[in-house]
Ligand binder design. Structure first.
Ligand SMILES: Nc1ncnc2c1ncn2[C@@H]1O[C@H](COP(=O)(O)OP(=O)(O)O)[C@@H](O)[C@H]1O
Ligand SMILES: [Mg+2]
Ligand SMILES: [Zn+2]
Length: 509
């Protein structure tokens, strides 16, 4: 007797339909699964067998063949336990699936006790299945929040194999989960806020510009100057998220298994700060299960690399392609998957190994060759992708001790939101939404400058021996400065300020 159940499997961030077919026939007891990678077959078999017994059913003592079609695609993860168990129970006539549930999609892992356990990737699975026209789903109870923000589908979030069985045979009534309306998080308590950072007006201004245009920024300064503190203010400045962006982020976090089950769809932009000992796969993704890495988890948000020269140079080099394209290609054994990785890079570093190079008060003890070696840890092409660079000097005692009120992040964020809105309007027919993401063609179109500005840039070229690549960068940043000022045209003063973020101390961009 053949039992068939519909499920969905994950490939990257997309779901594909999987038919779970089970044949229970006479013969010596045997239990085979085809269509799963070798390693997971054994585990799945044991979980399904125990769950069926512990849920009060009988595991058929006959010949059982489970086929997960298409077999060419090796399925990953434990999410097929539940559909396999249902198909076994159906083919052994222990449950009678109601005709109306013929097309229901079943997804879930099983515990040995018959409990339905949460799985990774529910959101992308549901979205793909909905796109293919499926509208009824059984998912684990633990994944309920994640599913609750999607329209146009009926989702039953069940807790045990018994419940699933009673539901499918209509022995007991269950109700679809209630829909939640997604709202971005506002006014929450961030770990740091500009209000607590005394002085540092230049650095704060540069950060405002960076966040407003989505530009990568590098903070350079001696230890204790507040670089880490400033960078940690970024979450409090980030512009509001929209639902579409939130879904993109959630898909990635869901597949990576780092989603907060209580929240479901994320409500604020990610701020990821991987430690400098992070391996390349941890940063870019990959490894055994080709999970998304930190740069994908930072999608639509921020990747913060504190003390950037401390990271493995080879690891930093892998950031070049995603910084350019906004996606990362992750290889796996038989294929490759692509994960989005469009993030803003915030990085910090000391100007030299001792940290005092260029300081007004303290002496640098490093030799020129030591400094050179230190800076060489960051390659030119990587630095070339950073739009703004700012010197952060130790704050003066006078500023630190002052009782004056600093402008809070919330006020800065309002200006940032306004500048983002201008960009959204300007780029409404484009594939990108921020100034930082303009191609050189788009720069030509959107960043026209007057004669005076042209002369300024020309002088900067001469003076700083700037590369031609720096040109577009200056124009993009000038565009953001103009947007913050609410100016339609880029003025000479905007260009002059943009130039000032290009060349500081000993690091050439
Ligand atoms: N401008 C400032 N306003 C208030 N506190 C500051 C400021 N700069 C530094 N600090 C204090 O000094 C500490 C060390 O700063 P930190 O951000 O770790 O420096 P860095 O990362 O540059 O080494 C901070 O946690 C903060 O308490
Ligand atoms: Mg620090
Ligand atoms: Zn030094």
């Amino acid at each position: 007797m053949l039992g068939k159940v519909n499920s969905f499997g994950l490939s990257g961030l997309d779901g594909y339909r999987v038919d779970v077919e089970v044949d229970v026939s006479q013969g010596l007891p045997r239990y085979d699964i085809v269509g799963l990678p070798d390693a997971s077959v054994k585990e799945s078999k044991e979980r399904v067998r125990s769950a069926i017994k512990n849920a009060g059913f009988k595991f058929p003592e006959s010949r059982i063949t489970v086929n997960l079609a298409p077999a060419s695609n090796k399925k990953e993860g434990p999410a097929f336990d539940l559909p396999i168990a249902v198909a076994v129970l159906s083919s052994s006539k222990q449950i009678q699936i109601d005709e109306s549930f013929k097309d229901i999609i079943i997804i879930g892992e099983l515990g040995l006790d018959g409990r339905v356990k949460s799985v990774n990737g529910i959101l992308p699975l549901l979205i793909s299945a909905r796109d293919e026209g499926f509208s009824n789903f059984i998912i684990p109870r633990g994944n309920m929040m994640e599913a609750s923000f999607l329209d146009g589908i009926n989702v039953f979030a069940l807790e045990t194999l018994q419940d699933v069985s009673m539901f499918l045979s209509r022995a007991k009534q269950f109700f679809p989960i209630e829909k939640n309306v997604w709202k971005p998080e506002t006014g929450c308590n961030f770990s740091e806020d500009f209000a607590r950072v005394k002085g540092q007006f230049a650095a704060k201004r540069a950060m405002e510009i960076a966040v407003a245009g989505g530009h990568n920024i590098l903070l350079v300064g001696p230890p204790g100057s507040g670089k880490t503190m400033l960078a940690k203010c970024v979450p409090s400045l980030l512009p509001e998220l929209n639902f579409e962006e939130a879904l993109e982020i959630t898909k990635i976090h869901s597949v990576a298994g780092v989603l907060d089950a209580a929240h479901g769809v994320v409500k604020s932009r990610p701020f990821r700060s991987p430690h400098h000992t992070a391996t390349t796969p941890a940063l870019t993704g990959g490894g055994k299960n080709a999970k998304p890495g930190e740069i994908s988890l930072a999608h639509n948000g921020v990747l913060f690399l504190d003390e950037m020269p401390e990271y493995q140079r080879s690891t930093l080099e892998t950031l070049r392609q995603p910084l350019e394209d906004g996606v990362i290609t992750v290889s796996r054994i038989a294929s490759t998957v692509e994960y989005p990785a469009s993030f803003m890079l915030v990085a910090s570093m000391n100007p030299c190994p001792c940290g005092n190079f260029g300081s007004r008060e303290l002496d640098c003890k490093c030799s020129p060759s030591q400094i050179d070696k230190y800076l060489k840890r960051l390659s030119g092409p990587l630095l070339d992708r950073i739009d703004l660079k700012i010197d952060v000097d130790r704050v003066k005692f006078f500023d630190l001790a002052s009782e004056s009120n600093e402008e809070p992040s919330s006020a800065v964020r309002e200006r940032i939101n306004a500048a983002r809105e201008i960009q959204r309007q300007r780029f409404k027919n484009e594939k990108f939404h921020t100034n930082a993401k303009m191609s050189s063609l788009a720069v030509k179109k959107f960043c026209k400058i007057d004669k005076q500005s042209e002369e300024l840039i020309e002088a900067a070229f001469e003076k700083f021996k700037m590369s031609a690549r720096g040109f577009n960068r200056i124009l993009k940043v000038a565009r953001t400065i103009a947007d913050l000022a609410g100016e339609e045209n880029i003025l000479a003063e905007h260009v002059a300020e943009a130039i000032s973020y290009r060349n500081i101390e000993n690091i050439e961009l």
